[in-house]
Design a protein around this ligand. Structure first.
Ligand code: FES
Length: 342
């Protein structure tokens, strides 16, 4: 711990003694040769290991492409899980192997001589730039890539193939369905009952006690075509509040039922499912980036990056006391997109 002695401008220790103006440069520790530096067999072995790691990356990329085309996600949850698992594992193998290969290459084969460079002066003149270029060229020479033909081929092949993991899925989307109007509507319609997710059991208003939270889907959802996609758009979070706590605009007074309110579960920031409800504050938190919505006040944003309230599903009850939708949402659900007005 030191303090500044303002009268002398010198730094002093707590005991009052002055710090030395200069410290001795301890220098670099003595260089220790590695096995690959002194033994050509070890050098060759290191090269083979690096080649094998790049080869693993190539296998990972090929595996990714096979998984992408041979195991596309189907309608069932099991097929989606299998597809995601295979894509994730093969992509991991492709990328991780490149990283490990690069690290191993640097540690085993590239020169490990440490250099010292004085900090001052550091003029950016032609001489310095020439030295920097020379250092870079030396680095290329040190990597040994020019004289190690197999290694060169392995690294070029691995790096050339790796982008396919990203490019192929993107190219596959070029001819895809980009009609964003499908985000404007969900399968909710007047009279459709609100049901528990995932059991699909319809919910009576009398079952919803104050403070309870229900994850809701439309009744009969599994009978819909592309029900997984439809579910992703139609999921709703429903809570019951004391009606006296609700703040509602006049035109929305009949969108809730006796304190029961239902809002889209798709965050208006970038679409994560919001699900963390805090009963005392009536706040609903999105776990992704902490956008917070006030369920007692039309799900307005009280914190975080979301720019719009959650869309509200107008609800009421039918003759048997089951909660039903009055209509679809009155605005597109989810985050903003390019054809959206606000
Ligand atoms: S997706 Fe909800 S806050 Fe970002």
């Amino acid at each position: 711990m030191t303090t500044d002695n303002s009268s002398t401008g010198l730094e002093v220790r707590r005991d009052g003694s002055a710090l030395p103006e200069r410290f001795e440069n301890p220098g670099l520790p003595p260089h220790r040769e590695r096995m690959a530096d002194v033994d050509p067999a070890a050098d060759k072995k290191g090269e083979r290991q690096v080649v094998a790691l790049f080869g693993l990356s190539v296998l990972g990329t090929i595996g990714f492409l096979v998984a992408y085309f041979a195991f596309p996600p189907g309608e069932s949850i099991a097929s989606m899980r299998l597809s995601n698992l295979l894509l994730g594992l093969t992509l991991f193998l492709a990328m991780f192997s490149i990283g490990i290969a690069a690290v191993h290459w640097a540690k085993v084969l590239m020169s490990d001589h440490e250099r010292q460079e004085p900090r001052h002066p550091q003029r950016q003149d032609a001489e310095v730039r020439a030295a920097a270029v020379a250092t870079l060229e030396e680095g290329v020479a040190d990597s040994g890539i020019a004289r190690r033909g197999v290694l060169k081929g392995a690294v070029v092949t691995a790096l050339a193939l790796a982008p396919l993991s990203i490019a192929v899925p993107l190219i596959g989307e070029v001819g895809g369905d980009w009609n964003v109007s499908k985000f404007r509507h969900t399968v909710w319609r007047a009279g459709r009952r609100l049901a528990r997710d995932p059991s699909g059991e319809p919910i009576k208003a009398s079952e919803v006690t104050i403070g309870s939270v229900f994850h809701v889907i439309p009744e009969g959802l599994r009978d819909e075509e592309h029900w997984i996609e439809e579910k992703a758009k139609a999921v709703v979070l429903m809570v019951r509040l004391d009606p006296a706590d609700l703040t509602e605009r006049e035109e929305r007074r009949d969108w809730s039922y006796d304190g029961i309110v239902a809002y889209s579960k798709i965050c208006t920031h970038v679409g994560c499912p919001v699900a963390l409800y805090e009963q005392q504050t009536h706040h609903l938190l999105c776990p992704c980036h902490q956008s917070t919505f006030d369920m007692a006040n039309e799900a307005r944003v009280v914190f975080g990056p979301a720019s719009r309230p959650l869309p509200q599903l107008p609800i009421t009850v039918d003759d048997e006391g089951y909660l039903v939708a009055q209509s679809d949402f009155n605005e597109p659900i989810g985050p903003s997109y390019w054809e959206r007005l606000k």
